[in-house]
Design a protein around this ligand. Structure first.
Ligand code: BG6
Length: 287
């Protein structure tokens, strides 16, 4: 049997809300789905495995709203750390599909977004953003690259706001954050240092860890997901718990039991990008 060529690795079909969705299938059977709206990964099934990303059943799939779940791209502003809308604007913009490539047993897809009249009305800078999604065996890697295509420097914060599916939240912990300084947004924005070797989710968690280790572990009763980052010095843990979850219109009230966000971010010290220069960061999930 001939190995599949890049033409047979993907399809682009109308997804929810008729928004275009690319389905990527690697030669080894690993699969992912990504909407051009926000270059938003909504599904990842490792080779021979099960769905590992949470996607809300109540998500809006509309051009003017972010998708709830999967891997939202946060750029050029994390949360409300500036005057832009929460988490910036690229998660609600239509990205361009560039290409799909086969790489050994895996496959990758590239998407691009340039500044537009709408983005410049919010943020005056000229940029090219590129998202590379790569799947291979038990791994998914997302890389965000930002090129300053203008004549002035600009500063930004960014993140992959990754929603990992969990089946037993009360028995789920994150490890390797011991001793790391964090901002506790759920406790009103106080700074703290993680003392526990295992961070659990018994209530609302909204914590920004600065200079976090390059590998975190999401440990569930029957599986562990390793989460690596390069170029993103910070990490965010988010779970809204029952009360806040019920107030989020695009989450089902008990959805907080189905995910933990483990985000790779550059938040504490913004990136300053000179004209003509490029920055990139990667988050890799290992099932
Ligand atoms: C997290 C923030 O990264 O994202 C939280 O730390 C925020 O404060 C959460 O509530 C979800 O944001 P949004 O805009 O996708 O609802």
């Amino acid at each position: 049997m001939n190995p599949p060529n890049s033409d047979s690795l993907f399809t682009i079909t109308p997804g929810a809300g008729d928004l275009p969705k690319l389905t990527l299938v690697a030669p080894d059977g690993a699969q992912a789905e990504i909407y051009l709206h926000g270059a938003h990964v909504t599904s990842w099934i490792p080779a021979g495995g099960q769905e590992r990303l949470f996607l809300s059943r109540a998500s809006r799939f509309r051009a003017d709203a972010p998708i709830r779940g999967g891997i939202p791209i946060v750029f050029p502003q994390f949360a409300m750390l500036g005057s832009l809308p929460q988490h910036g604007f690229v998660r609600v913009m239509p990205w361009e599909f560039v290409e799909v490539k086969k790489a050994g047993t895996g496959a990758s897809a590239i998407f691009r977004l340039r500044d537009t009249k709408e983005s410049r009305a919010l943020w005056a800078n000229a940029f090219l953003a590129e998202l590379t999604l790569a799947i291979d065996g038990n791994q998914l890697a997302v890389t965000l690259a930002i090129l300053n295509t203008g004549t002035e420097p600009f500063a930004f914060t960014a993140a992959f706001h990754t929603y990992l599916a969990v089946t037993d939240l009360a028995a789920t912990v994150v490890e390797t954050l011991t001793g790391v300084r964090y901002l506790d947004k759920a406790a009103g924005g106080i700074e703290n240092r993680q003392t526990s070797p295992q961070m659990g989710f018994s209530g609302e968690v909204d914590q920004v860890y600065f200079d976090a280790p390059a590998e975190l572990h999401l440990i569930e009763p029957n599986r562990t997901t390793r989460i690596r980052s390069e170029g993103f010095p910070d990490a965010v843990l988010w779970n809204p718990a029952a009360v806040k979850c019920a107030a989020v219109s695009d989450l089902v009230p008990d959805d907080y039991q189905r995910f933990v966000c483990v985000e790779a971010g550059v938040i504490g010290t913004p990136i300053n990008l000179a004209p003509g220069t490029r920055w990139q960061g990667t988050q890799t999930l290992l099932a």
